[in-house]
Every structure is written in C-alpha cells, then in structure tokens.
Design a protein around this ligand. Structure first.
Ligand code: ZN
Length: 197
C-alpha cells in the first residue's frame, strides 16, 4: 500500500501516541486472544504507554491495526492507521469498542482479502459488511467514534473482534480456513516468534 503524505492523515481525536517499544506479536492459539478482553476503566499513563507500544509494533509489522491482546495484554483497546475506500488515511485509538454495521437493505458484503498480524503471512477472502462504525473511548476516557468503508470498515470490525476474543479465522468456512493455515505454514520461516521486534 502506498504511503500518503502526513498532511493527508485524518486524526479527529489527535495523533497516535509515539515513543513506544516494538514488542513480539502474540499468535492465535494463545489463550488471551480467544477470550473477551478486560474493559478499560483507568485512563492513565500506563494505558498511554501500552497504546504507544501497540502503535510502534503495528508500524514495525506493516499493519493497519493492532489490538492489545496481540502483544499479550488483556485490555479491550485497539489502534489503527488505515485507508478508507477513497485512500484517505484515518488514525485512532479506541478503548472498549462497540461496532455497528448496516443491517437489512443497507447491508452489503465485501469479500476482499483479510489477514491478521497474529497469523502472519496469509490472506484469504473474508465476507464482511462494507461499512462500519465503531464507538468507544479515547486515551483520556473521552467518547470517540469512527466510521468508514473499504479497508477501514474491515479493520474496525477485525480489531473490535479481537477485543471480544474472536479472530477472523473463526469467521471463515472450513475450506478457507484450511487454505489460510496452509499459506501461514508456508511463510512460517519469515516470521520468527520474536517478530517484528
Ligand atoms: Zn488480527
């Protein structure tokens, strides 16, 4: 994905926290990834440092989103830096996210490829609503809301799923899951357990 100039980044609630440390990415199969994460109730410096580590790790892994459980933390929070269908980049931090997708006649599925940093090296088609809104809280506990289409819609759904203990493999039919596993196994040597630290 081509990088867009920094001035084109939409950060309605401020820039992502920086200065974090790149940490190894937790993989599917680790218990913390398969249960709902603890809600954020204290908005302090430790939370901001965790978010900064998540941002550093997401960029090091060339990801567009990362949830706290993906660096082993049982905290319902994710960060993202992701383009929408028009190529506009959106960045944010969401604690305690709740996602809303169109229902009924408004609902259209998009079956583009999806991948997960916690199951690296593999992408398969995954059907999801083509628009999503996420509501939650920012790092100071303030209400935040993000909406979008394209990859951003997919990202907002994927990351909220993580905070609920769901990985996108759980949403795939058996055949697609098998294909995903195969691709992942083939690429395993490129992703040692310390990756991307
Ligand atoms: Zn993921």
């Amino acid at each position: 994905m081509a990088a867009t100039p920094q001035s084109d980044v939409h950060a309605p609630y401020g820039p992502l926290p920086d200065g974090g440390t790149v940490r190894p990415i937790t993989r599917w199969g680790t218990p913390v990834m398969h249960r709902p994460q603890a809600r954020v109730t204290v908005f302090d410096d430790a939370l901001r440092r965790l978010a900064a580590d998540m941002v550093a790790t997401m960029y090091a892994a060339d990801g567009v989103g990362l949830a706290a459980c993906q660096i082993g933390e049982d905290v319902a929070m994710f960060v993202f830096d992701c383009p929408d269908a028009a190529g506009e980049r959106w960045v944010g931090v969401v604690c305690n996210p709740e996602v809303e997708v169109p229902e009924g006649r408004e609902r259209r599925l998009d079956d583009d490829d999806e991948g997960c940093l916690s199951f690296p090296g593999a992408f398969v088609e995954c059907a999801r609503p083509d628009y999503a809104t996420v509501r939650g809280q920012g790092l100071d506990g303030e209400p935040v809301e993000f909406s979008g289409d394209g990859l951003l819609a997919r990202c907002l759904q994927h990351e909220t799923d993580h905070t609920l203990g769901t990985v996108f493999g759980d949403r795939l039919p058996a055949r697609a899951r098998k294909k995903l596993q195969k691709l992942h196994d083939k690429a395993a040597d490129d992703y040692p357990t310390t990756w991307p630290a």
